[in-house]
Design a protein. Structure first.
Length: 346
C-alpha cells in the first residue's frame, strides 16, 4: 500500500475536520463532516445514541472482531455567566491550556442557532491601563470573552439571546508548512481521525480488507472522560489512536508514532503493546515506546464502563498538547502504517 499517495487527501481531511467546530458536547458539525467523508469512500456508518460515529468493515475472516477508535471532540469553553459590563465569563470544556487562549478569536453559538464572534482576553488586557496586565493570572476567574457587538451591560447581552451554557469555540489556525509540519489546535485528536479516514480511502482504493471484521468508532466525549464508554460490545481487542506526547523525560518525536505502555490509568495490555512493538520493528516503522503520567484515553473509559477487552494506544507525536499543537506528516504516516499493520491488510 502506497501511504504517500494519501498525503493530499490527508491534508484535505485535516482542514475539513478542523474547520468544523466540535468542542465536547457540541460535535454535530464535525460528525456530519466525518460521516460524509467515510460514506463517500464507500463504507457504511451508524451512530450510537450518544453520538459516536461507527464504521463497520468486513474482514477476510469474520469469525473475530476487533475495534479501533479516535475522538472527534475537542477542547472548548462554555458561557458561565455574564458580567455587568457585558463580558462573558466562561468555564472550560476539557482542559485547554488557558494562557494559550489569550487574544484568540472565538465564536459563540446560542441555543437558538445564532452565532456571534468575540475575543478571549485577560480582564486586565491593556498594558497602558492595568498595572497587572502582564502578571494577572490567566485562568477562568481572570479571563473573559469580549463580544464583537454593541453591548455595555448584561441586559444587552441577554437581548442577543446569549445565555449560560452556550458554547464558545476558538480558531484552530490549521497550517501545513513546506517542511511537513502540521500546526494547529486539536491535532488531539482530529489528526488521528483524519489519518484513519485516509487509511479507509487507501484500503478502498487498493481493494484490501483487514484480517478480521473491524469496527472503527469516532467518539465525541473523550475530553471529559466517557467517550468510549459505550461504542461497541463485542470486539475482542481495542486499539485507541490518539496523540502521542513530546516533551521532558519522553523519547517520542513529532516524526514518530508513539506506542504508550502506561498512562495515568495504568498499563495497557502487555500482549497488544508487545505485538505493536514487534510489528513496528519488523516493518521499519519509526516509533517510540513511552509512559504518559498526565494522560488518559478512550481505553480508560472503555475499561471503566466494564468491558472485558484488552486495549492499546498509539498516536503521532504531538508537541504543545492542549495549546497550540504541532506534529509532522511523518508522525501521521507512521501512525497510519502501524494501524495498517495491526489490521493485517491484504
Amino acid at each position: 500500500m502506497n501511504f504517500d499517495s494519501g498525503i493530499d487527501f490527508l491534508k484535505q481531511t485535516v482542514h475539513t475536520l478542523m474547520s468544523a467546530d466540535s468542542p465536547t458536547g457540541f460535535t454535530q458539525s464535525a460528525l456530519d463532516q466525518a460521516e460524509a467523508l467515510v460514506q463517500s469512500i464507500g463504507y457504511p456508518t451508524r451512530r450510537t445514541r450518544k453520538g459516536n460515529l461507527v464504521v463497520s468493515i468486513e474482514g477476510r475472516d469474520e469469525s473475530r472482531r476487533v475495534g479501533m477508535c479516535a475522538h472527534l471532540d475537542t477542547l472548548g469553553l462554555m458561557v458561565r455567566s455574564i458580567t455587568d459590563q457585558g463580558r462573558l465569563m466562561f468555564t472550560a470544556l476539557g482542559a485547554p491550556l488557558l494562557p494559550s487562549l489569550e487574544g484568540e478569536y472565538c465564536r459563540i453559538y446560542t441555543k437558538s442557532g445564532a452565532c456571534y464572534t468575540g475575543t478571549i482576553l485577560s480582564l486586565s488586557p491593556a498594558i497602558h491601563v492595568f498595572p497587572d496586565a502582564s502578571t494577572r493570572p490567566r485562568d477562568e476567574k481572570n479571563m473573559a470573552v469580549t463580544l464583537d457587538e454593541l453591548v455595555h451591560s448584561k441586559e444587552d447581552v441577554l437581548a442577543l439571546g446569549i445565555r449560560p451554557g452556550d458554547f464558545i469555540c476558538f480558531d484552530p489556525k490549521t497550517t501545513f508548512t513546506e517542511r511537513g509540519y502540521l500546526k494547529s489546535r486539536f491535532i488531539d485528536d482530529k489528526g488521528s481521525v483524519s489519518l484513519l479516514i485516509t487509511l479507509l480511502k487507501l484500503m478502498k482504493d487498493a481493494n484490501v480488507k483487514p484480517r478480521f471484521h473491524t469496527e472503527i468508532s469516532f467518539t465525541v466525549y473523550e475530553e471529559v472522560g466517557h467517550g468510549a464508554s459505550a461504542i461497541f460490545e463485542d470486539v475482542e481487542e481495542l486499539l485507541v489512536v490518539d496523540m502521542g506526547c513530546v516533551g521532558d523525560d519522553l523519547t517520542c518525536t513529532e516524526e514518530q508514532v508513539s506506542i504508550c505502555a502506561k498512562d495515568s490509568c495504568g498499563p495497557y495490555d502487555y500482549g497488544m503493546v508487545s505485538r505493536l512493538v514487534q510489528l513496528a520493528e519488523e516493518n521499519n516503522v519509526d516509533f517510540a515506546l513511552d509512559i504518559y503520567p498526565r494522560y488518559s484515553s478512550d481505553a480508560s473509559a472503555y475499561w471503566h464502563s466494564g468491558h472485558d477487552t484488552p486495549a492499546a494506544l498509539i498516536g503521532p507525536g504531538v508537541y504543545g498538547s492542549h495549546g497550540m499543537e504541532r506534529t509532522h506528516l511523518h508522525g501521521l504516516l507512521n501512525t497510519m502504517k502501524l494501524a495498517a499493520l495491526y489490521l493485517d491488510l491484504a
